[in-house]
Write a protein that binds this ligand. Structure first.
Ligand code: FDA
Length: 579
């Protein structure tokens, strides 16, 4: 029987990144996927700064940047009546907003970008395979059985029609929104699937003349009479500038799913573009549903689920693929430590504890963002009570030079600004705080955020937070604090006065067989806080130190060196569930 340490079901962003991470940490793994290749359509595009930090740690950031469209191309989110028609308003996307740019720049060494899923997945999987993953295409997960020592996974080779078994120590279910692994485990789920229906059309058309002078990657087209719950709204989305596009168009889920011919699809594209003559080549059409569902528990025994398998929601906020990759980043170092015998298997319980609240939060956020279009419709007078002609007239009346129109224009400006909760929600992406036994000092008082937590990033060096980014100097070159940590290892950060921490961490590494990368910062050291960034973020005396997990989360801190060896040892043992 084929044997390995970890079997991963599914090669989407969750599964492919898990394969890459495990291989990078030296863990044997087999990744299987049902189809002959990876995603065949663009799906997820938006790559957040946090995900870019993770691919930076994995050493593939430059490859991602080379294939992605940069933030400048993502430009503005434009609300319009068609691409060639009237504009209703614009909102700069994320870090393109001058009022928010500094906040994004301060938050991370990496920039957000746009990389369609069918181009991202091959980067993740090929790097995983180059580092040791065994990838099996045309291979379908059928069932699994777990016992005290491991898991036996039954799979089907779809090319030959033969089934066979793989024996592993742990199984990862990254098999998407229809997850059979989740069903087989009967994981508890909350929420509802199939809240509304959506149709995607992928097509080629040269839209340069409509876009190049006002770059953007999301165009919301409001067309009265078009079909989404009685209110016309379609999304035109850039896949590649400016020749490849995707349209997302709603349909009534209580009616039979629409069957769209190629000619009808071309008609929809031309309608949203507002150019009846434009050349269109349809690449593909597909139907999918908007869901609001999340698992309240991500694991059972030796089986762990991640990605859309455990959080299912609409594309709003671009959270799906990003969160899926972050799930993998949380789990994989823990699996590596347990498999190498450096942590007790109880550490794996913290995966569900830490990630399930994140899943619930993003599912609710993404669905709220769909509802948050309401005020825009209201300002436009599109509340479904009027005929298409009446609604068109109401949009047109925004141009009137009277007080009623001025009031609606003010309402519209506020309603569009409110969509920052979808298109510039830096806080949702970055304020992910963990509370579990893998954070040794959670009982400490947590600092309270001073701004809206969904919109704004709240950096903190308290345990449970991700180590904030700041610029430091290493051998003369400017690097991020995040470049000092990661690589699958624990890191200990201390100041010039922290020589005791250096000695103790080395002793502890030998005593516990856990590598701790010690970073001592100060004049004359390899790393210098030349800009004072770290001192600003980490407001403490020079005797303090931070212990940082391989996924960049601060797991423990000491403010002085009292009983240094014992407290650090206790902290590390607790984090690794060895206490
Ligand atoms: P995903 O569904 O991608 O992968 C599942 C994998 O499991 C596939 O490889 C499949 O073949 C495999 N599989 C399933 N059953 C199997 C079986 N029985 N045996 C073997 N293999 C099996 N997200 C984001 O972060 N930013 C964005 O901008 C967007 N935008 C966006 C737009 C649109 C139109 C859509 C529809 C979605 C998005 N998303 C997004 C969401 C994103 O696409 C989604 O969250 C991720 O694909 C989820 O990744 P997973 O790896 O969890 O599942």
């Amino acid at each position: 029987m084929l044997e390995t340490d970890v079997v991963i079901i599914g090669s989407g962003p969750a599964g492919s990144s898990a394969a890459l991470m495990l291989s990078s940490y030296g863990i044997k793994n087999v990744i299987i996927t049902k189809y002959r290749w990876l995603a065949d359509s663009p799906r997820a595009h938006y790559v957040s700064q946090r995900t870019m930090e993770i691919v930076r740690d994995l050493g593939i950031e430059s490859e991602v940047i080379a294939k992605a469209s940069p933030k400048e191309i993502m430009g503005d989110v434009v609300f319009c009546t068609s691409l060639s028609g009237d504009e209703i308003g614009r909102l700069p996307y994320g870090m393109n907003n001058p009022r928010r740019a500094t906040e994004y720049l301060e938050a991370s060494p990496s920039e957000q970008c746009d990389l369609p899923q069918h181009l991202f997945e091959p980067i993740l999987l090929s790097n995983g395979a180059a580092r040791g993953s065994h990838a099996r295409f045309d291979t379908e997960y059928l069932s699994h059985n777990q016992d005290l020592e491991g898991v036996t996974v039954k799979v089907l080779d779809r090319l030959t029609g033969t089934s066979y078994e793989i024996r592993c120590k742990y199984l990862i279910g990254a098999d998407g929104a229809g997850s059979k692994v989740v069903r087989d485990l009967n994981l508890p789920m909350a929420g509802q699937m199939g809240k509304s229906g959506s149709m995607s059309i992928i097509f080629d058309a040269d839209l340069t003349k409509y876009i190049a002078h006002r770059p953007g990657y999301l165009w919301w087209v409001v067309q009265p009479g078009a079909n989404i719950g009685g209110i016309g709204l379609g999304l035109l989305r850039m896949v590649r500038p400016w020749n490849e596009w995707q349209i997302v168009w709603g349909y009534d889920i209580d009616q039979p799913a629409p069957e769209l011919t190629v000619d009808q699809a071309i008609g929809v594209c031309r309608q949203l573009i507002g150019d009846p003559e434009i050349d269109i080549r349809i690449r593909s059409k597909s139907l999918w549903t908007v869901n609001e569902m999340y698992a309240t528990q991500y694991a059972q025994g030796r089986v762990f689920c991640m990605g859309d398998a455990v959080h299912r929601h609409p594309p709003s906020n671009g959270l799906g693929s990003n969160t899926s990759i972050q799930d993998a980043y949380n789990l994989c170092w823990k699996l590596a430590f347990v498999l190498r015998g450096q942590a007790d298997p109880k550490l794996l319980d913290t995966y569900s504890e830490e990630r399930a609240p994140v899943g619930e939060r993003i599912v609710k956020r993404a669905n709220r963002s769909v509802r948050d279009f309401g005020p825009i419709f209201e300002a436009l007078g599109l509340d479904g009570r009027y005929s298409a002609e009446e609604m068109q007239a109401r949009i047109g009346s925004l141009m009137h030079a009277d007080q009623a129109a001025a009031d609606r224009r003010a309402m519209l400006r506020n309603a569009i600004e409110f969509k920052s909760y979808e298109f510039a929600a830096l806080g949702v992406e970055t304020n992910v705080r963990y509370k579990s036994t893998a954070i040794a000092s959670v009982e400490q008082t947590q600092p309270l955020p001073d701004r809206d937590e969904d919109l704004h990033y709240f950096p903190s060096c308290a345990p449970g937070h991700k180590l904030p980014h700041g610029w430091v100097v290493r051998k003369g070159s400017k690097v991020s604090t995040l470049d000092l940590i990661g690589g699958g290892r624990f890191s200990l950060l201390c100041w010039l006065q922290g020589q005791l921490w250096v000695d103790i961490a080395r002793r502890l590494s030998e005593d516990t067989n856990v590598v701790i990368e010690v970073i001592r910062i100060g004049p004359g050291q390899e790393i210098q806080d030349a800009y004072g960034d770290l001192a600003r973020i980490w407001n403490c005396g020079e005797q303090a130190c931070l212990l940082i997990r391989p996924d960049g989360y601060i797991a423990w801190e000491a403010l002085d060196t009292t009983a240094a060896y014992d407290t650090l040892r206790q902290g590390l043992m607790r984090i690794l569930s060895r206490a």
